[in-house]
Design a protein around this ligand. Structure first.
Ligand SMILES: NC(=O)c1ccc[n+]([C@@H]2O[C@H](COP(=O)([O-])OP(=O)(O)OC[C@H]3O[C@@H](n4cnc5c(N)ncnc54)[C@H](OP(=O)(O)O)[C@@H]3O)[C@@H](O)[C@H]2O)c1
Length: 302
């Protein structure tokens, strides 16, 4: 079970891209095998030696190395440190918390990064979101829409147009069409900012298409870890490239994001697909192949 001042009865976890890598035996996620994967966990504290988080508290954990270097949420119980949990705010259920999870935190951090660099809903151009039908992409679209942004959902699955529109996407562009643009360091300015899950050619094309002084938040590597670009978007257009890391973030930043989620009335039921714990292993390859939509929430107990 490992160590920690709290024992948590896990109700829901999720299959993040990282969890899918861990469950399919890809190297690099599980640092200390044997280990229970699951970077997200929503549950109820059943035992506590820390008065700050008494037993009975409904909590959510994302990041901090759970499912990577200590046992994670894909189990009925997890040992946790009181400093790592966020009490689930009123208005969100345990299932909602798992639907948001790491993907919600990542999307929320990316939007904060855009705004920190001056992007706002009043910007003349929309925000591009890649991997739009995936977990981070879906939540980024929903949160941007809630905040009043216009968005372009870039997706390999244009047949999900109805779903993406329901999340608030203003426009939908196929990934193929986006990548068919000439491979130039600077392209016509199409976006005030971008939230990217893909890396590689997608990220390079976003940088080339971002408005002067715009910002691109790099979250993922679904297309690859390379970045075939030049310095021109940075030095000729003042574009900023900001990295997003959801694993290590101060608790006050996490707390602010969870409060925002609780007040946002996001379409979480439409974003989540719930599976049983017993089905996690066979679902993991589908996550890596981009065949699952939105968030795959794992029901661990009734
Ligand atoms: N930085 C962080 O802290 C952090 C946190 C969470 C996740 N991530 C990373 O963010 C990425 C997305 O995570 P997720 O949980 O949202 O995964 P996910 O639910 O599996 O979604 C990934 C999406 O990426 C798109 N995609 C798949 N293959 C692609 C390709 N070859 N080129 C371009 N797009 C492709 C697909 O969207 P469409 O079908 O719409 O094209 C897919 O649904 C992963 O790389 C993950 O490791 C990073």
């Amino acid at each position: 079970m490992g160590e920690g001042s709290l024992t948590i009865d896990v109700h829901y976890s999720a299959l993040n891209y990282k969890d899918a890598l861990a469950l399919t035996g890809s190297p690099g996620v599980v640092r200390k095998p044997p280990l229970i994967p699951g970077i997200d966990c929503a549950g109820v504290v059943s035992e506590s030696s820390d008065p700050k988080v008494p037993s009975g508290t409904a909590v959510v954990i994302t990041g901090y190395g759970y499912g990577e270097n200590r046992h994670g949420g894909l189990a009925t119980r997890v040992m946790a440190d009181a400093e790592h949990v966020i009490p689930i705010p009123e208005g969100l259920s345990l299932q909602d918390a798992a639907t948001l999870g790491t993907a919600g935190i990542t999307a929320g951090l990316a939007i904060r990064a855009l705004e920190h660099h001056g992007v706002s809903p009043d910007s003349d151009l929309p925000i591009a979101v890649t991997g739009a039908a995936g977990g981070v992409g879906s939540l980024a679209l929903a949160l941007l829409s809630h905040a009043g942004y216009r968005t372009v959902a870039i997706t390999g699955r244009t047949d999900e147009a109805e779903y993406l529109t329901l999340l608030g996407a203003t426009d939908i562009m196929s990934r193929q069409e986006f990548l068919a643009q000439p491979s130039r360091p600077l392209l016509p300015e199409q976006f005030a900012g971008a939230i990217d899950q893909a890396g590689g050619e997608m990220l390079a094309t976003l940088l080339a298409s971002t408005h002067s002084n715009g910002v691109v938040a790099a979250c993922g590597l679904a297309a690859g870890s390379g970045l075939p670009t030049t310095v021109l978007p940075f030095i000729l257009r003042g574009v900023s490239l900001v990295g997003i890391n959801s694993v290590f973030q101060p608790q006050d930043v996490r707390g602010e994001l969870w409060s925002l989620f609780a007040g946002a009335n996001l379409p979480l039921d439409q974003i989540s697909q719930v599976i049983d714990l017993a089905d996690a292993l066979e679902t993991a390859p589908r996550v890596l192949s981009g065949l699952t939509r939105g968030r795959v929430v794992v029901k661990v107990r009734d």
